[in-house]
Ligand binder design. Structure first.
Ligand code: ADP
Length: 384
């Protein structure tokens, strides 16, 4: 579709999510531009044009965005002052900068849910650790609770679960924070919603995060989630309600908690492609990446139906290995049927660094999960 009317699409950030957006864009020969610090990032070699710069710098974002018709993001930790200015200058920025501002700050995000009557855990906001301790001493804050840094958190960093008084001295984060009730979680779910500028909306099938029985780590993402159809419908409705109330254009990944009594609470959202949507590349009729591009160009959204049950695992750097990455056992992994690996091309591995992912499909979730497990055991990301 690349011709003189094809919009120039600029993506802020060149990580694996940016790479997979480039891959989806390549099917339609879309010109995709990436702004990132250097060529070692996953998306650098897959962009139509790579622009060297820093998405945290106002000057760099402005210079990059002025050359684009549509600007989007693959990470929310960016300079939004520049994005507001680009909108004023007539560039389309999706997700909209005010939504990025809202989501970047967990304090503002929780307040939005409270103001809009969206179900979420009860919370208070504090300026630092001393204020949290004072509230506990005064009896206005009771244990246990979950403390989250208002800004800058990622993949569980910036989250402290405080169960005992002793942890108030050695575990509290000393920064502006949100303190939430500790939710009794039966399952963690995620629903990815997509919305176009004209207000068309689509929703991907609900995903369930399965935790490792002993280590407190997400082991698999599975789709469809093992929940009743009533819960499924409520999860999808709640996620769509959040997207509509925000008025977002593009993808919105909505992370949810299901409680033992069947209540569904919004944990947090991400305004971009998400880890919980990787499987859509092979398991759904349209991938989250293509759907995002359709949305920001105001094109018809694709069908999101599940083609086959899927299980997704992240490929993490092996413990004790720091340095240039080597993928041992690659041929063994490829011998497993219906296993689709994606490597992000990060030059250096570190223990538990996300180096890639594998989606496994099967006739049933059990079959997909078994294949994903074999894939994970087959490959080791190490250094020589
Ligand atoms: P991040 O943005 O770093 O991913 P999250 O807000 O998703 O942080 O929290 C990380 C994990 O901590 C969640 O997946 C969940 O397991 C746990 N968690 C977060 N908030 C709560 C809560 N209020 N009650 C219980 N567990 C929580």
């Amino acid at each position: 579709m690349a011709n003189s009317h094809t919009p120039r699409i600029g993506i802020l950030g060149g990580g694996q999510l940016g790479k997979m957006l480039c891959q989806a864009g390549a099917d339609w020969h879309l010109p995709i531009h990436i702004l990132e610090e250097n060529h070692s990032f996953p998306a650098a070699n897959y962009a139509t044009v790579f622009h060297r710069g820093n998405f945290r710098s106002k000057a760099d974002v402005l210079e990059f965005g002025r050359k684009m018709d549509i600007v989007t993001i693959e990470i929310e930790h960016i300079d939004t002052a520049a994005l507001h200015q680009l909108v004023a200058e007539g560039v389309k920025v999706y997700p909209q900068p005010e939504i990025i501002d809202l989501i970047k700050d967990k304090g503002l995000q929780k307040q939005f849910y409270a103001d809009e009557g969206i179900a979420t855990s009860d919370f208070s906001r504090f300026a630092n650790a001393a204020e949290v301790r004072d509230a506990h001493a005064a009896g206005t804050l009771s244990l246990p609770f979950v403390q989250k840094a208002r800004t800058g958190g990622y993949d569980g960093q910036g989250v402290a679960v405080i169960r005992e008084a002793a942890e108030l001295t050695d575990k509290l984060l000393d920064c502006p924070c949100v303190v939430e009730d500790l939710v009794d979680i039966a399952k963690e779910l995620a629903v990815i919603v997509t919305r176009t500028p004209s207000g068309n909306i689509s929703v991907f099938p609900t995903v369930e995060m399965e935790f490792h029985p002993t280590a407190n780590l997400v082991e698999f993402l599975i789709c469809p989630a093992a929940i009743g159809s009533d819960t499924d419908v409520r999860a999808a409705r709640l996620a769509m309600e959040v997207a509509e109330k925000m008025g977002i254009v593009g993808l919105l990944a909505v992370e949810l908690f299901l409680t033992p009594t069947g209540e569904i609470l919004v944990n947090e959202v991400a305004p971009r492609p998400h880890n919980s949507g990787h499987h859509t590349i092979e398991a759904c009729m349209t991938s989250q990446y293509e759907q995002h591009l359709r949305a920001i160009m105001d094109l018809p959204l694709g069908p999101t139906d599940l083609v086959r049950p899927g299980a997704m695992i992240n490929l993490l750097g092996a413990e004790g290995h720091n340095g240039p990455a080597v993928y041992a056992g690659w041929a063994n992994l490829l011998a497993i049927p219906e296993v689709y690996p994606h490597l992000y091309g990060k030059a250096e591995t570190r223990p538990f660094r996300k180096m890639g992912h594998v989606t496994a499909l099967g006739d049933t979730i059990a079959m997909a999960r078994e294949r994903a497990t074999r894939a994970k055991e087959a490959v080791q990301i190490i250094t020589r």
